[in-house]
Design a protein around this ligand. Structure first.
Ligand SMILES: *Cc1c(COP(=O)(O)O)cnc(C)c1O
Length: 369
């Protein structure tokens, strides 16, 4: 029997009419980039939604993160989690900073504050935490450490759009927080990203840096081109109309997965730790389940279902990073998690027959054990 492929995610698409409705004035004006009216409109709306006083948009999240760090004028080492997407770590390297990997907590899969303290040296300039899958870092403990050692705190919140911690918007913590609006992220502008800053001068600086450092037509700082264009902004504005409905559907998918996995011994779920609706991660304890992560992936792939090993391998194991590590790596928790974690297919349209098919295949797989 032929099945359609079920991938780990599916891009949230706006209503076509909503995009078309904005194209007329776009076409007439011939104003297609350089922070035009749609850019300004989206930036203002997102700043409000994220409850951010100082917010800037970029052509993608990675460049936002880089420019945020560059605007802080950091030098030396940045403490970072190895359990993330490569961009978190390569952004550090592109700023001529040294990533120093430290271990994560078993429960949250985010940076372990105790490990951060142990990794601090006289060269440490900042801590870069990832709210991985939208599970918040221990922001209070991290801020306390940063205050004690006079460090900047930056968060990669690529998975945590609209997330809150005890009701407080997630970007209220740290000196700068990055959001990604890539097509694989819940809210997307096809490609795109944003940074929330605590300090107004960081917005001023990065707004220059993303446009070649230009001020009144003259380059004043060593900038780059990282501007979001008007088509991206239009796509994002149109996506705002469908965002709540997508959240609603994804929350139903979460409930169905939660109810299913509750009865599977040896599988741990994480949805109770997050409110981001971005991923549905599980970890698999082979000793209890009798199957490991890779066996489950293989079985599902054979049925045209493609969960993903986000994030595998650890960034500290990348070929171009491994050889540069000149300190003792101590990552027992991250090493354990990276071997067991799996992100199940997760998006609104999964609700219905496709989700039923995944659960039926999971049952089939377990019955073969
Ligand atoms: C998607 C992602 C990024 C990169 O964002 P882009 O907008 O694609 O540049 C960075 N960090 C994490 C954790 C991500 O998942």
């Amino acid at each position: 029997m032929m099945h359609k492929k079920i991938l780990v995610t599916q891009t949230m698409m706006p209503k076509r009419e909503a995009v078309e409705g904005m194209l007329d004035s776009f076409w007439e004006s011939k104003y297609v980039t350089n922070c035009g009216p749609y850019h300004q409109d989206l930036e203002a709306k997102l700043a409000k939604m994220l409850d951010a006083k100082h917010f800037s948009m970029f052509s993608n999240g990675t460049l936002g993160l880089m420019l945020g760090m560059k605007a802080m004028d950091l030098q030396g080492e940045v403490i970072v989690t190895p359990f993330t997407f490569p961009a978190t770590v390569t952004a550090i390297e592109w700023c001529n900073l040294k990533p120093v990997f430290c271990d994560i907590e078993e429960d949250t899969m985010c940076l372990d504050p105790k490990a951060i303290e142990a990794a601090i040296t006289s060269k440490t300039a900042a801590i870069l935490g990832v709210h991985v899958y939208g599970i918040p870092c221990d922001v209070k403990a991290i801020q306390k450490i940063a205050d004690q050692h006079d460090l900047k705190v930056i968060y990669d919140a690529a998975h945590a759009f609209q997330s809150t911690i005890d009701g407080i918007p997630i970007a209220h913590y740290g000196d700068a927080t990055m959001f990604s609006f890539h097509a694989t992220k819940l809210f997307n502008t096809i490609e795109g990203g944003g940074m929330v800053y605590k300090d107004a001068t960081l917005k001023e600086k990065t707004d220059q840096l993303k446009n070649f450092g230009l001020v009144d037509g003259v380059s004043q700082s060593s900038g780059i081109n990282a501007k979001m264009n008007e088509v991206q902004a239009i796509f994002g504005l149109a996506n705002l109309d469908v965002l709540d409905a997508e959240h609603h559907k994804r929350r139903q998918v979460i409930q169905i997965y939660d109810a299913y996995f509750k009865d599977v011994k040896g599988i741990k779920t994480y949805s109770h730790l997050m409110n981001s609706d971005q991923y549905y991660p599980i970890t698999i304890d082979l000793n209890i389940t009798g199957f490991n992560r890779d066996e489950l992936i293989q079985y599902l792939n054979d049925k045209d279902i493609y969960p993903r090993k986000y994030f595998y391998p650890l960034c500290s194991d990348y070929s171009y990073i491994k050889d540069q590590i000149d300190y003792d790596l101590h990552l027992p928790v991250a090493e354990k998690i990276v071997g067991n974690v799996l992100c199940m297919p997760f998006y609104g349209e999964l609700l219905g027959p496709d989700l039923d098919r995944i659960l039926a295949e999971l049952n089939e797989f377990r019955s073969t054990l």
